[in-house]
Design a protein around this ligand. Sequence first.
Ligand code: HEM
Length: 299
Amino acid sequence: MVEPQAGIFVEGSASHFFLEYQLIEGLSDAQLRATLASAIALPLSADVNNVWAFGADCWQRLTPDAVPHGLKSFTAIGEGHLVAPATQQSILVWLHGDNHSANFDAAMELSAALAAVATLNLEKIGFVYKDFRDLSGFIDGTENPKGRGQQVVALIPEGEAGAGGSYVMSQQWVHNLASFHALSQREQEDVIGRTKPDSIELDDARMPENSHVSRSDVKINGEAQKLYRRSVPYGGVLEHGLYFLAFSCDMQRFDHILASMFGVSGDGVHDHLTDFSTPVSGSYWFAPSAAELSVLASL
Ligand code: HEM
């Protein structure tokens, strides 16, 4: 079994930093590799879990002989007023743990180490809201796989290029909580497809076809398109929402769920949640196995 980056599976962290960097134009490969190696090898506090992932162009450049077959850049999906935009970046670093100060120090150190080769273009500071709820007030993660199932869902299987690594999707969503909270609790539950206090799935008779559960619980040729989601809320009073982050053994699962949510999967129905929250970023990534990452660190 090829070991994954351990931080992917550490759950319950109170504090999260999501850092998306864009490579500076005109770098030599040698400069990129040397700078990246020293950043990955930085000795961070033991309190900080760190996960590294790379956009398709960056990974192709770093390891042209070991590109997972499904790896690609994020492209916009949807039509008309309802579009998930593409803002593909080159490097994603996810730092998390219960020690916010240690995460902050690590984020500063890593960003300084990467500064010669990459610009930090998106930064979100995430936190756990109540008992693992999205800021809408609904528990997020109920249907996530548990135990061994997490690795089966999240990791590229043995024998494929990128084994032990993971396809990753990130999306910053900005919530309009005033409009969501103007709904009655029953209407909010119909938007999500679960009850608010205890996250019980609505029964078939009540479940709307445009609820978030209906649109994200997708089957293709009988196969459930399961993801391992690690999203957390971010922000403050002026701007707040969800930093959606998910890991998958198969890149196409993201495409299928997004098409269903954004009304382009054939039935013309879109996810009612998109009327209350708006995606403003979108990137696809590859998070290599621990071994592949340490090769980068030793170059
Ligand atoms: C504003 C953005 C989003 C919010 C607030 C949100 C929130 C939620 C909530 C509350 C649930 C129900 C509880 C659970 O099973 O975790 C859920 C389920 C789920 N969400 Fe989202 N979500 C968002 C975006 C997305 C996106 C972009 C995707 C995938 C591309 C996605 C995929 C899923 C999946 C696969 C499930 C489980 C469905 C099932 O099998 O029942 N979500 N989400």
